[in-house]
Design a protein around this ligand. Structure first.
Ligand code: ADP
Length: 264
């Protein structure tokens, strides 16, 4: 639309004087909007051909006896990388959707304890024979207003990261509780931890502490950006504390207005 966007900045000098700065950021805003639309459109357009390619590869690999054994490894690699690209496109599309509006797509009371239980089971499956010990303490009376799908993608990103970045046999602890400041979800691990200088940038798109390490884990580099956006929309924020070599704790804090406490 042709509404102008202005940014106001007031600076105080001494006791009486103020400086009011008005900046016209309409063009900047439009460019940002174009960037978002472009990313969403490209991701969407790339998805269809990729689905077709993945479909043919699946058919080929389903008939493995008809495939020249010399090509088998190459086809499996193509399938694996195709799946990675599909995950990346899905994450890009989700992020574009989250950036498009300021509020969650739904406003239902979400039973996070049940959701966390199913995320915990998925995480245990992801851990496989690495045998992480995953514990969950969740208040069954505590619910959060918002979108179940969005919260699930945020919480599962945090729990799956804990598995990905914790060596085999490590401990992962998930807690969901409330107090006078609101509701809180924390995911702690005994993993590799993160150096303090990286922490402020972790929620940036594609930011990774170590890109070679991240490509082994199959991550997209978008997980924590998704977490940040989902929390913002649910009046929440993310706190990260970490000790390199010891482990990390990611805590989501939600404002009291977002909390539904069922009568006990
Ligand atoms: P990725 O897909 O690479 O996991 P994320 O946005 O989820 O992307 O995370 C960004 C980076 O933050 C990761 O590449 C990793 O370096 C670091 N990170 C995230 N969670 C943890 C954790 N629990 N322990 C150590 N490092 C982590």
């Amino acid at each position: 639309n042709d509404r102008r966007r202005l940014q106001f900045n007031i600076t105080r000098y001494g006791n009486r004087e103020h400086l009011l700065l008005v900046r016209d950021v309409t063009r900047l805003y439009q460019l940002e909007q174009m960037r978002k639309d472009f990313v969403a459109n490209v991701s969407h357009e790339l998805r269809t051909p990729l689905t077709v390619i993945a479909g043919y590869l699946e058919t080929l690999l389903d008939n493995v006896e008809a495939v020249n054994p010399r090509w088998l490894r190459a086809l499996q690699q193509m399938q694996q990388q195709g799946a990675r690209m599909q995950t990346l496109l899905n994450d890009l599309l989700l992020l574009a959707k989250l950036e498009a509006t300021d509020y969650p797509s739904d406003n239902q009371p979400v039973a996070a304890d049940l959701m966390l239980l199913s995320i915990k089971n998925d995480a245990q499956a992801l851990s496989g024979d690495q045998l992480h010990r995953i514990s969950l303490e969740a208040d069954p009376h505590l619910k959060l207003k918002g979108s179940e799908a969005e919260l699930r993608s945020a919480f599962s990103n945090l729990v799956f990261n804990a598995v990905k970045y914790t060596p085999a046999g490590g401990d992962i602890r998930i807690r969901w509780w409330s107090d006078e400041k609101g509701a809180h979800l924390s995911v702690s691990d005994t993993g590799m931890g993160i150096e303090a200088k990286h922490v402020p940038r972790l929620t940036e798109r594609f930011y990774r502490v170590d890109s070679s390490r991240a490509s082994n884990t199959g991550g997209t580099g978008l997980g924590l950006a998704i977490v940040k956006h989902v929390l913002l929309r649910h009046r929440g924020n993310l706190e990260i504390s970490s000790v390199p070599g010891k482990g990390s704790t990611f805590t989501c804090h939600f404002a009291p207005a977002q909390v539904v406490q069922r009568a006990r």
